[in-house]
Design a protein around this ligand. Structure first.
Ligand code: SF4
Length: 263
């Protein structure tokens, strides 16, 4: 098999992303929040599926800013100045959108931090006295988590932290393999690829997706080296991933999402 044919057969890593992180001017003030690492580095190896909840539910650009109010476990989405309540409209849109995304085959999602619509962790929720606590989750990630409880999700800001970046990429890769195995013929052996020495060599220039993604983890790369020297950690792991590790990657336990996962 030629390198070109091999690349065509390689699975696509498909990630959802908050649209403004791609540099699209969809924010309430008409601005964007371009994230250069996501677009210029990670974006070379993954296919993005952009989602902007506020624009896709029909709000204009520019528009009033929003905030979460009330019960942090079930907050309302309210326009900050006019107090227009968008909660039900957002919930209805989010249900339709996550159903649609089920057919897309996502392997992860990168979300805009602090946003009442898109933020995943510690989003401000205002109480009846107008005081805010950082203990909420945006409306769209809440619907995403309900629909895809195992889907790896992260915020763009946290991906600047190398252990969190590594954790996210490993979870994306585990999830891609997991879903691919389920799409094919699920077997216990499908979770454990053949050891490196019995697998066919991919050929000069060809790189498997996990090796490419591992290259985005400079924290493990020796200062003087590049290429293969910086990659064995993830590559090595892939060669002997036990099913429990894959399950742990998907099921962080009673703490829910792996927000605090660090090594
Ligand atoms: S944070 Fe979310 S809702 Fe706000 S502009 Fe970005 S994608 Fe749209």
């Amino acid at each position: 098999m030629s390198n070109e044919e091999r690349q065509q057969n390689e699975p696509v890593i498909r990630l959802g992303i908050s649209t403004c992180l791609l540099g699209e001017r969809v924010r309430y003030d008409g601005a964007h929040k371009l994230d250069r690492f996501l677009v210029q580095t990670l974006g070379r190896y993954v296919e993005w599926v952009p989602v902007c909840p506020e624009v896709e539910m029909g709000l204009p650009v520019p528009r009033e800013s929003m905030r979460l109010e009330g019960d942090p476990a079930d907050p309302r989405l309210v326009a900050s100045r006019s107090s227009t309540d968008h909660t039900e409209a957002m919930k209805a849109w989010a249900q339709c959108r996550v159903d649609e995304l089920a057919g897309v085959g996502l392997h992860g999602f990168v979300l805009k931090k602090d946003s009442p619509s898109s933020g995943l962790f510690r989003v401000k929720v205002y109480n009846e006295h107008g005081m805010a606590e950082r203990n909420g989750m945006g409306m769209f990630p809440r619907a995403l988590k309900e629909r895809f409880p195992l889907l790896p999700m992260e915020e763009e800001g946290r991906l600047n932290d190398m252990p969190l970046r590594e954790n996210f990429i490993e979870r994306v890769f585990a999830y891609q393999r997991w879903t691919q195995m389920l799409d094919e013929e699920p077997t216990p052996g499908g979770l454990v690829p053949a050891p490196r020495h019995v697998r066919p060599h991919p050929g000069p220039g060809a790189q498997e997706p996990h090796v490419i993604l591992a290259g985005l983890l400079p924290v493990h790369r020796p200062a003087q080296g590049d290429g293969a020297q910086g990659l064995p950690r993830v590559r090595h792991r892939r060669g002997r991933v036990p099913p429990e590790q894959v399950l742990r990657a998907h099921n962080p336990g009673p703490g829910g999402h792996q927000e605090g996962a660090r090594r």
